[in-house]
Design a protein around this ligand. Structure first.
Ligand SMILES: [Zn+2]
Ligand SMILES: [Zn+2]
Length: 334
């Protein structure tokens, strides 16, 4: 492959635009609204309409000097002879892969992605390319996520078994909370779902943007007895602090891809770990690398080394990118 027109800190060489830059830049393309990708203070942000709405809701209207909404699938000519288009990444609402085209070379920056069905995010689209920059949050063979419907079924069995207790589910406020609610609805759970205050704004935003979540109620000021047998969604940090004492004998659950690491669940005192991930697992990562047809793979955002090694075994040119900015947005990355 010819020398890529993207640098290893994800700067488009012909025009100086960065993708998900950790520091404020003159111009940025933002893949999605999680804090390790979407930062305050860029001169101009190009992103999907959902991502722009999420950034405005979290950081304020003035979080960027200029907002440039680019709907999925539309091509936009940038300077330097580069064309950009955004394609669904399936990670959270509005999350995008960035396709860049220049002189016949196609580069895809995946951002965070998953390929499983999720009614709260636009479904992952496979994009053919020459160079794929892929995330690797769960880039180890041990990570093989179970079916989310089975995890939800386990939760509902527990709810049925303990009608006098509340079930509080620790969820990251952007993406995971709405997905868990949507999965509950999909499995037929139609009782009201109670929300910790930190969840309300983003759940409202999802509903405003067309994602059905059923009846939601703030948990604040609800008498303790009324929450017996109910499900409450809260940030992972809240489930163990004073806040949860207002709940009747709560069953502490956390929904995260990391809950497959039993040690991690035990250490955090989680009684009911739910392995529900918004990132591709080891199989999805390998499948995606293969199916894009890319000959060059740059691996970032997690456990790079195993995926680099596997790619090289397939005869691909692969290397890790060491980008410091990315944190673990699966559990409590804010
Ligand atoms: Zn993310
Ligand atoms: Zn991320």
């Amino acid at each position: 492959m010819a020398e890529p027109f993207l640098t290893r800190d994800l700067r488009i060489a012909p025009n100086g635009i960065y993708i998900d830059p950790p520091q404020p830049q003159v111009r940025a393309i933002v893949t999605h609204g999680h804090a390790d990708h979407a930062r305050y203070g860029h001169g101009a942000v190009l992103a999907t309409p959902d991502t722009v709405a999420i950034m405005k809701a979290r950081y304020g209207e003035d979080a960027a000097g200029r907002w440039d909404e680019l709907p999925f699938g539309e091509r936009r000519q940038l300077d330097g002879g580069v064309t950009v288009s955004l394609h669904p990444a399936g990670h959270i609402l509005g999350s995008a892969q960035v396709l860049l085209e220049h002189k016949g070379q196609r580069i895809v920056v995946s951002g965070d992605y998953k390929r499983l069905d999720d009614r709260t995010a636009q479904h992952f689209e496979l994009v053919k390319c020459d160079l794929l920059v892929t995330e690797a949050t769960f880039g180890l063979p041990v990570f093989q996520h179970p079916r989310p419907a089975d995890e939800i079924a386990r939760l509902l069995r527990s709810v049925a078994a303990f009608p006098e207790r509340a079930h509080v589910i620790g969820c990251y406020a952007l993406g995971k909370a709405q997905r868990v609610i949507s999965l509950l609805r999909q499995s037929g759970y139609d009782a009201p779902i109670y929300l910790h205050g930190a969840m309300i704004r983003l759940c409202e935003l999802y509903v405003e943007r067309g994602i059905a979540l059923g009846e939601l109620r703030p948990s604040l000021d609800v008498p303790k007895a009324e929450l017996a047998g109910q499900i409450v969604i809260a940030p992972p940090s809240a489930i163990k602090d004073r806040w949860s004492r207002r709940l009747p004998d709560p069953v502490l659950a956390v929904a995260s891809g990391w809950m497959s690491v039993k040690q991690r669940a035990r250490q955090s005192g989680v009684e009911l770990p739910l392995v529900i991930s918004d990132h591709a697992d080891w199989n999805e990562l390998r499948q995606t690398i293969t199916e894009t047809g890319a000959e060059t793979i740059w691996v970032t955002h997690g456990r790079e080394d195993a995926l680099v090694y596997w790619s090289q075994q397939q005869g691909l040119a692969a290397e890790p990118l060491r980008i410091e900015a990315y944190e673990d947005s699966e559990l409590d990355g804010e």
